[in-house]
Design a protein around this ligand. Structure first.
Ligand code: FES
Length: 101
């Protein structure tokens, strides 16, 4: 299901935000003009990844215990998380940004 989440101007380059998509917390990041989306829930415990830090190389660090995830694949790159997080497709039509979950 494709859901419009924001306008391109609402998400400046090299930032990330959390959106409620169909009741699910979804993180959308814009890195060097490209959009990425993953579940906004750490696979280690209950933390919102969007409250963490956007790192170089399309990575996000969990605010609670420092696990790192790849925004492109959802892969857990650093402990204590070992399981990946879900990734979602982002599309841009004109100025509208959509996420499919
Ligand atoms: S909750 Fe994310 S690393 Fe522990």
């Amino acid at each position: 299901m494709k859901t419009k989440i924001c306008k391109t101007g609402d998400l400046p380059d090299n930032t990330m935000k959390s959106f409620d998509v169909e009741g699910e917390p979804v993180l959308v990041a814009r890195v060097n003009g490209e959009y990425y989306s993953i579940a906004d829930t750490c696979s280690h415990a209950m933390a919102y990844l969007s409250e963490g830090e956007l790192l170089e190389g399309c990575q996000v660090q969990c605010p609670d215990h420092g696990a790192i995830f790849d925004l492109r694949t959802g892969e857990a790159l650093a402990l204590p998380a070992v399981s990946p997080v879900e990734t979602y497709k982002v599309t841009v039509e004109g100025e509208d940004v959509f996420v499919e979950i």
